[in-house]
Design a binder for this molecule. Structure first.
Ligand SMILES: [Zn+2]
Length: 175
């Protein structure tokens, strides 16, 4: 379908029931009423079929986006397939279990939360957070080594100590 035609046929956001979450990657988080006034439309990811909200102003730009393999990223044509809903969060997501640790390392937040597989999480990390991902991996290696070292040390210590019996029979004076 031609770009112009697609733009004309773009489904108005207010018409499509906004049960969908505004795509965090486009950083559009608005109430439906705001969407209505600002002229937003729904676009769909051609691979995941995931809907996103996009402003009319950004529509042309988004429809022209291509992947490295040349395929088009977004379409205004509602796909027949249901979205392959992903629920996996980026490792840098504010709700990530390791977030406190990443805060210590000074790593930025990322709100991406619709990744479809662990593989996609890694891919996302490699593509979007190359430096941060390298830092995380370095840190993991460092911690592993430290744990190994501690374990070795405690084994040596234990070897040097006399074995202390865990339970000691206490002789009780019988009454
Ligand atoms: Zn991310």
């Amino acid at each position: 379908m031609e770009l112009e035609e697609q733009m004309l046929k773009a489904e108005k956001a207010e018409e499509a029931k906004l049960e969908i979450e505004a795509d965090k990657t486009l950083e559009v988080e608005m109430a439906p009423i705001e969407l209505k006034s600002a002229g937003y439309v729904i676009i769909y990811d051609t691979r995941t079929h995931e809907p996103s909200v996009c402003s009319r102003n950004a529509l042309r730009h988004n429809l022209q986006k291509t992947r490295p393999d040349g395929s088009i990223v977004f379409t205004t044509v509602k796909p027949k397939q249901k979205p392959k809903r992903g629920t996996l969060k980026c490792m840098l997501h504010p709700e990530s279990p390791d977030r406190p640790h990443y805060d210590e390392l000074g790593l930025p937040d990322c709100r991406k939360a619709n990744l479809t597989s662990p593989y996609q999480v890694i891919r996302h990390m490699q593509k979007r957070h190359k430096v941060e991902y390298a830092t995380i991996k370095e840190e993991e290696t460092r911690l592993e080594k430290e744990q190994e070292r501690k374990l070795r040390e405690s084994l040596i210590k234990m070897g040097n100590k006399e074995t202390i019996p865990l339970y000691r029979k206490e002789s009780r004076a019988e009454k």
